[in-house]
Design a protein around this ligand. Structure first.
Ligand code: FAD
Ligand code: FES
Ligand code: FES
Length: 472
């Protein structure tokens, strides 16, 4: 059995006696006496528990703000952890802390450490050119004092971090082989390669795969589920690749939203906007596209968009791979087309052809930021000489699985690009779906808003395109 090792304030922490599903938040507060990191929701929503985690990537460190409340402790192995206590140096507040004080960015103060850590991540360049409001979308302040907080962000522009010592220290705790932890009847395996993952899943068919733990974390913190065997895929380099080609985009299942974002936005701007609307920065820094698909939720945001684009999934079991259309992965609510010991290896998304393809992806949720969809709609139409020759329309939130709208597609296919065709498709949705009413939206709201997304596509594009034949 191995020991878990990570860096905290320049010191290597070695942990041998922790439950593999202990969260980083719990460890900080109960074992390390670091109570600066707060627990607000314990489900990744509020950002009060934000910490920064750095991963060695070649000769530099990739830093990410993440939610400690749903991050399992072994996920820190070979990484550096930075908490709010790490920021004050020689009695001096960090500039982002000072800016929060000077600009009155803190009221009750409970959310403040998490906000400071998100701003710290930005100050060391971890969020690129993301606007401060997006950087902070995963940090809720119930006092709603966002104006001063945004002002504090603006006061601290990103600057490079001198982390040469940390890089050298991290190199001493890297691991070449599978991490294997055992505690009180529970096991945690963290392979480094896909081949090791494939072999482990054959040997441990009941093991639960964990990628970013932004779904699985909540099973533990909210549902109190016990996970006796876990295989973590977060350290598998060859599962986290992004390959762009003329034909399309291939994403390894372990690619995090943050790392897929730019390539997805290049494929189509609506895909980029969709990623911006998925959770907040901390969840996008952990959560993976593969996890979103494999989780099989009817309200996962990526599946409708990827189904409309005609994405294909590669599944692997041992050395055997099979490729299926993504839409065939979702069998019924809670059941996916995946075997025991099989895992999602990659997703291929064909590149839309700007000469012929019209794409619109719309997420409808109660809050703009950091909210789950009531309805997620994706419409991909191929139009030649003003005739819709192919329609792929998929919805989330309308059925027990992400699902294509066969009747609406039929109403558009072969038709002239016209308001009448869009109206017929909008009406046909009632044949495709009998949605449920729940806390996110009533049945009627869902049906009407889904139909309105089709009408909106016409309003936004219709008349412009109608003026001259498309692709003529
Ligand atoms: C606060 C918050 C906000 C959220 N907002 C959104 C949102 O706006 N839109 C949205 O769609 N989702 C949202 N989610 C849900 C979640 O972030 C996504 O579903 C995410 O993509 C899950 O990825 P993960 O890597 O964290 O998966 P995990 O939690 O690690 O795993 C999820 C499931 O996938 C399985 N799995 C993971 N990888 C593989 C693989 N390679 N092969 C086979 N099985 C695998 C796991 O066994 C598990 O069953 C939110 C979650 C939180 C906590
Ligand atoms: S405690 Fe709310 S996101 Fe972690
Ligand atoms: S300062 Fe009160 S919740 Fe943020």
């Amino acid at each position: 059995m191995d020991a878990l090792r990570f860096l905290l304030d320049g010191e290597v922490q070695t942990v041998t006696d922790a439950d593999p599903t202990m969260t980083v938040l719990e460890w900080l507060r109960t074992r390390a006496s670091r109570t600066g990191t707060k627990e607000g929701c314990a489900e990744g929503d509020c950002g009060a528990c934000t910490v920064v985690v750095g991963t060695l990537a070649g000769d530099h460190i990739t830093y990410r703000a993440v939610n400690a409340c749903i991050l399992f402790l072994p996920m820190l192995d070979a990484k550096v952890l930075i908490t709010v206590e790490s920021l004050k140096r020689e009695g001096q507040l960090h500039p982002v802390q000072q800016a929060m004080v000077d600009l009155h960015g803190s009221q009750c103060g409970f959310c403040t450490p998490g906000i400071v850590m998100s701003l710290y991540a930005r100050s060391i360049g971890a969020t690129g050119d993301m606007p401060p409001a997006d950087v902070l979308a995963g940090n809720l302040c119930r006092c709603t004092g966002y104006g001063p907080i945004l002002a504090a962000a603006e006061a601290c522009p990103p600057a490079a971090l001198d982390d040469r010592e940390t890089i050298e220290a991290l190199k001493t705790i890297q691991r070449d082989d599978v991490l294997e932890l055992r505690h009180a009847g529970k096991s945690w395996f963290a392979p480094k390669t896909q081949d090791q993952l494939a072999a482990l899943l054959i040997d441990h068919p009941q093991a639960r795969i964990v990628a970013g733990a932004t779904d699985v974390g909540l099973w533990v913190t909210k549902q109190m589920r016990v996970l006796p065997e876990i295989i973590s895929v977060g350290d598998i380099g060859d599962l986290a690749t992004v390959q762009e080609s003329e034909a399309g985009l291939t994403l390894g299942a372990g690619v995090r939203y943050s790392d897929a974002w730019t390539a997805l936005a290049r494929l189509h701007p609506d895909l980029g906007e969709l990623v911006r609307r998925i959770a907040g920065t901390q969840v996008r820094n952990s959560g993976t596209i593969g996890g979103n698909i494999a989780n099989g939720s009817p309200i996962g945001d990526m599946p409708p968009a990827l189904i409309a684009l005609g994405a294909r999934l590669t599944l692997r079991k041992g050395d055997v791979r099979r490729v299926i259309d993504l839409e065939d992965f979702f069998v019924e609510y809670g059941r996916q087309n995946i075997e025991i010991s099989e895992f999602v290896e990659a997703i291929f998304i064909p590149r839309p052809d700007p000469r012929f393809d019209r794409l619109r992806i719309v997420k409808l949720s109660k809050r703009f930021d950091s909210d789950i969809s009531a309805v997620c709609a994706a419409i991909a139409l191929r139009v030649e000489n003003n005739i819709v020759i192919q329609a792929r329309i998929a919805f989330g939130g309308m059925a027990g699985t992400p699902k294509r709208a066969a009747a609406a597609e039929a109403a558009l296919t072969g038709q002239l690009w016209s308001q009448a065709a869009f109206e017929a498709a909008a009406q046909a949705l009632a044949q495709d779906f009998q949605p449920l009413s729940d806390v996110r939206g009533s049945r009627d709201y869902r049906l009407l808003s889904a139909a309105n997304v089709l009408r909106r596509m016409w309003v936004e594009n219709g008349t412009v395109l109608d003026a001259e034949p498309i692709n003529a």
